[in-house]
Design a binder for this molecule. Sequence first.
Ligand code: SAH
Length: 479
Amino acid sequence: MNTAMSIKKYNIWTIGCQMNEADSRHLGSQLESLGYAMTEEVTEADLVVLNTCVVRQSAEDRAIGRLGYVSSLKKKRPDLKVGLMGCMVGMREAPRLKKEFPFVDVFMPPSDPAPLLSYLQGEDNEDAEAKVEEIRRKNEQNAIQDEEYILPALRRNDTIQANVPIVLGCSHACTFCVIPYRRGPERSRRPGEIIQEIRKLAEQGVREIMLLGQIVDRYGTDFEGDYGLAELLTDVSEVEGILRIRYLTGHPNYMTDRIIEVTRDLPKVMPHFELPVQAGNNKVLEDMRRGYTREEFRMLIERVRRICPDSTINTDIIVGFPGETAEEFQDTYDLLAELELDKVHLAKYSERPKTIAARKMPDDVSEEEKERRRLLIDGLVDEILTRKNQRWMDQDVEVLVESRHKGKWRGRTPHNRLVFFESDQDLAGALVDVKIHYTSPYSMQGDLVKVNVPALPKAPNLSTIPMFHRSLKENLSQS
Ligand code: SAH
């Protein structure tokens, strides 16, 4: 009882993109190095952090709802510490939020846990700013402690896939998008730091890495010399224990032949592309300031399919952008019908504060019309994927098994298709062949054929990382 009480517990609530998931993981590892332990029960926590998203109003509303709940917890337990992180805080919203949510103790910009770390180390006096700057500088100089960038103890050996940011921020300023205002200017993390993080994740059982950036194919454009995403993919491929690598999100203008070729040629890099088009009409694309035309996007898809024929391509679409007429929307529909991409992340336009669109373009497409357009694209994609996914019928596909879901194992194919199958064996982290016997637009089902790489070892004692590292190696060498 006494020992349980002496260990402080933290709970992190995360919504939004993969970048937020990675930021929460980084924060968790730094909290654990301060002696905190993770809990999934918010009511048990001494420290609660909300990592927020504001890309659309609906995400912001959820964060505000959660803040209301945390406020009620704090009323009952005034010693509860509350941190607010992510795009709601951005680079400069903290003073405004402090007035609106006075029960929040600390505000953290995206990817920047320094204010909370400083606060927890008791530096909440006039030196606080200096302390925050010192922690930031240390992080930047890569003078990170050994415990950093690792998984929370509760998650070790149980996390198959991890997101690793490689490009922070964004400088593109698409007119609809709030991200550049909240995540700051674009900057690439140095390769050494990225590889170090991935090595540590591999030591703790991670087998698939997702490299992240708002415009991931711009990685390294701020370095001297020509080290870019293709070179980084080559270096990440060398990391022992990592079986699969993906990257997200590409911008159509920066997807070079070299990146496509490396994706085709490196066995660990999965043949899957995320290339958001957002709209298929040239006037809308120009109003969005995307920097390409419908014709150029079509040529890009042809180029990807020519260089890397056995690949899948996902995209993002926004319907109901300001001024989008029914005819202009039809161009988007027609382009998607023609290109037959493999998945569409679909969103209704949501006006975001301070963006160019919010300042200059009235949100004039009605909610009913946005919903009508959303349903039309949804139906089209459903029909395309019903047909396209049938190509996997009766095929053996290789699946990296992630977790159990409603009594079945769940994992993904190299082409990022979701697969479910039954087996009594423990297969978390295994690479297996599955024969597909059922396909649908968004997932497939099959039967286990064989295990190619065995499951992760169960780690009886997670407190000693080097020991775990050895057991993973042994397990891999037995395969
Ligand atoms: N960097 C990516 C976009 C990341 S944001 C790119 O270059 O396209 C993730 C997705 O959220 C976007 O692709 C877009 O479809 C959606 N999104 C961003 N701002 C939005 C807004 N104001 N309204 C609706 N959807 C939005």
